[in-house]
Write a protein that binds this ligand. Sequence first.
Ligand code: ZN
Length: 263
Amino acid sequence: MHNHKPGKTKIGKCIYCRVGPTNDDSLQDEHVVPFAIDGSDVLEKASCRICARKTSAVESRALGQDLKGIRTVLGFRTRHRRKRSSTLPIEVLRNTGEVEEVDVPLNEYPRILAFPVFPPPAYLSKASYQDGIEVVGIQVIQGNQEFASVADKYDAQEMAVYVSKYPKDWARMLAKIAYGFAVHSQGLDHLSVDDTYVLNSILGVADDVGMWVGCDGETKLPQFPSIDHMYGLYIVEGEIHVRVKLFSFPEAPEYHVIVGRRS
Ligand SMILES: [Zn+2]
């Protein structure tokens, strides 16, 4: 298995549509794991503006909504540092029975990470498959935090944060991460457009992410607590498989992506 080796790779054409730089569109750098959650591997000059617009829309739905709180609490980078708020909204069920949205300071915000759990990729399980991706569970990871005093302060029976509103975008983001890592470690020449299974789903041309992305319940990546991300690549019968774990808590699900056939 080819494990995480942070670094920069110069590409020089769009890894999605394969156009080269033009006069009115110089290519943008592409982070394998999104910049917003501290991805350190970069494919330089690797995305045209049109494809970047599509992929960043997916990432901002997957991360902007579901992980806004935890990103802020963990102090991840944002391109708009001044916009970072010092409070975040949570939903509070008061002891009186009323439900209200309350802005709480960061030290009171629940340290919760929630990951959608998917079935195994339909391509491997041969399960009948239509489109999209099914969510079979939510894996919740809770940090050390004392809630009783916070609950008292807000007269709360329960406090809730919203998670996993966009599981399909989460899966498409995983497909993009796996593809970016395959390009990073194998080189774009070994990933032809026709043989890259995940490309249509990343770009939104096909609604088939559940074919290629899923959870097989196996653990192959190293296990140690960290907020870094991990990925590993291996080749089975000529096909490129990538395993991705975002935020490498031992309990975080390991996602399995079949990127395509190595050419
Ligand atoms: Zn492009």
